[in-house]
Design a protein around this ligand. Structure first.
Ligand code: TYD
Length: 138
């Protein structure tokens, strides 16, 4: 798995003069079953979130409000994505180190995840992550 597998995906947008509507369906708009939803909000200016990788978890990250950057690193290459609209999001495959930064005031980061919260699924140490990834690919 490397950062080239991670991409921005467009979501349906039902435009209406009463307000727009966007929806997300498992396996249709995101390539995994949605088993958990969580969100980051009230993020103080200058804070960084993330700073870990997941062994199996797949995620889809959307800026519901405001903007922030997601930096993806696979141990060899790195890509930065700016999320700033609620009608597209970033698919993040397993075994990718991610960091989120540059949160605007009032930003809300929605994350759709393929599985329940399991601390055992995390790599929280970058060197350990890179070693595990190399071992998997050997
Ligand atoms: P973490 O995943 O490190 O947050 P982020 O990637 O956004 O910086 O999680 C922060 C804390 O919240 C950590 O103690 C685990 C806990 N947590 C849950 O209990 N359930 C969840 O679904 C998530 C995402 C985190």
């Amino acid at each position: 798995m490397n950062v080239s597998k991670c991409k921005l995906l467009d979501l349906p947008k039902i435009a209406d003069n009463r307000g727009n509507l966007t929806f997300v369906e498992s396996h249709r708009h995101v390539p995994f079953p949605i088993n958990r939803v969580y969100y980051l909000y009230d993020v103080p200016g200058g804070s960084e979130r993330g700073g870990h990788a997941h062994k199996e978890l797949e995620q889809f990250i959307v800026a519901m409000s405001g903007s922030f950057d997601v930096i993806l690193n696979d141990g060899q290459s790195e890509r930065r994505f700016t999320l700033n609209r609620s009608y597209f999001g970033l698919y993040v495959c397993p075994m990718i180190w991610r960091s989120l930064e540059n949160f605007s005031s009032g930003a809300v980061c929605l994350v759709l995840a393929s599985d329940f919260y399991k601390e055992a699924d995390y790599y929280r140490d970058y060197d350990e992550y890179v070693a595990a990834k190399r071992a998997r690919e050997a």
